[in-house]
Design a protein around this ligand. Structure first.
Ligand SMILES: [Zn+2]
Ligand SMILES: [Zn+2]
Length: 142
């Protein structure tokens, strides 16, 4: 069998298009985050986080940034969003500067990016059923 063709780079953008990005690397993992900050920032029950090598990501435009401090562990997060339309786009993890989180909802084509784990499970909204094929962590993944 010939090797599978290399997947082309993935692209994404905010609602208004002022901020866009491209990455040309297979994501490290995809994780659902139920933490209180992700719930509030996204306005949703959880965020769908695609972890990508920082070196592989190119950003076009100038997102605004808001820093959050984890109430339980002090972890710093720079949450990048579009200053025009407010779309959350990227998150920088201070303890993992080699990675950047891409918010899956901003991808032009999220095909094939199935989450393998869920973090901050103890903060999950009570109607969410555990999925048997995803690893769950009470807090941040170890
Ligand atoms: Zn925008
Ligand atoms: Zn979170």
């Amino acid at each position: 069998m010939p090797p599978a063709p290399a997947r082309s780079a993935r692209t994404g953008h905010c609602l208004c298009g002022s901020v866009s990005y491209l990455f040309d690397a297979q994501p490290e993992t995809v994780v659902l985050c139920h933490c209180a900050h992700c719930q509030r920032h996204s306005g949703a029950a959880f965020s769908v986080n695609v972890l990508v090598s920082r070196d592989a990501l190119e950003i076009k435009g100038t997102p605004k940034s808001y820093r959050t401090v984890g109430a339980e562990n002090g972890n710093l997060r720079d949450r990048l969003f579009c200053g025009e339309c407010g779309t959350p786009i990227l998150t920088i993890l201070h303890e993992r500067p080699d990675l950047v989180i891409v918010k899956a909802g901003t991808l032009d084509d999220p095909t094939g990016l199935e989450p393998s784990a869920e973090v901050w499970w103890r903060r999950a909204q009570d109607w969410i059923e555990p999925a048997p094929d995803r690893t769950r962590f009470d807090g941040d993944a170890k």
